[in-house]
Ligand binder design. Sequence first.
Ligand SMILES: [Zn+2]
Length: 414
Amino acid sequence: MDQLRYKPIAYVVSEELVKISSLLPSNKNRSLLVHSLFSALRLPYFQFPNGNRCIQILKPRRASPKELSIYHTHEYLEYALNPHNSAESTGLQGVEFGLEDDCPPFHGLHEYIRLVAGATLTAVDALKDDTADIAICWDGGRHHAQKSHAAGFCYVADCILAILALKRPNILANPVKKPRVMYLDLDLHFSDGVSQAFHSTGSTGTSQVLTVSMHHTAPGFYPVSSLSNIADTASPSFDPFCLSVPLKQGASNNTFLRIWPIIERIKDVFDPDYFVIQCGVDGLAGDPMMIWNWSLGGEGSLGWCVDRIVNRWQGQKLFLGGGGYNSVNAARAWAYLTAIAIGSPLALDTEIPHHNAFPQYQPSFTLDVPAGYMQDQNTEEYLKVVEDHFDSVINILQDRLGPAGAGSSNTTLD
Ligand SMILES: [Zn+2]
């Protein structure tokens, strides 16, 4: 295990990726802030206690149209990858592919799709080549993107492409073993794109992929999906490998501390080879969404959850970004999580170093994203309902997987 910990942490970034990700209309310049803080804090030079350098910067490759077509439709790719369709006004055909409203076309869209998918797949390659046990791509995590259209600020389904690549048997290492992949989504919003892609109706077997999304729920809250609610385990459409933990307004560290054992139990029963963790930070206090009241530090915080994943979960891990509309808080959070992944956690009161974006970190000029003042509406009564539901879900999972956790895949996606 010690030997494993000393593998470098693969961190995917390049000037080109930052430039193109900074054009994302919903998160303009966020990528620039994120990677600038990463550099300003000198995270690329952090070392393990044995003196080895422990961040390996990987330049992303561009995903080829063929790689993108493993999930996306030919029609969507043909349209979205054509530079002539990246203009900032769209015709009727663009509307057909979701390129309107919250997903407007923009100059460079065709490059954005190929580079962001390529960035996530570069991180996946590092895990599959076994050159890293932890890989990070904060520009990825586009969990709302659909097979045939853009949705919810997401133009490319990099999470799905990553899962599909990770579940493929490793021909050189073990051509027989079908790796299991657990996708955990910590974003404020339900991971509809990813959950739908792997949801299977009427199956009684096992699956190589398990998705679980912890997200905000309220009538009409985006994205509306029947999969985002507490499911009826007796329904024929219930799939124990496609799970949702809906939470209410004001969810705080206390609520996450309380429900985290559910996630741990799911992980223990499923026993995956790979984890894909979508670390959207729009649930943190201070986000313009103003819905949850989650903190970066303290028991039950986002940092606390990621620390557990990094230090206590066996298996290789891919950390992706996601939502987060207070860009400096996203930069704070992802720098803090990167340091946890390296094994050299930073103090929450670490001062933001002087760099170009320094003035934007006012008034605290520290790394912390503390809780605000908001009532946590996840009552004891509600949390008990969630816990009881997952007691039966976990029993079903155990029955499906068998005592040895052995099983063959009947997942519909190859
Ligand atoms: Zn979100």
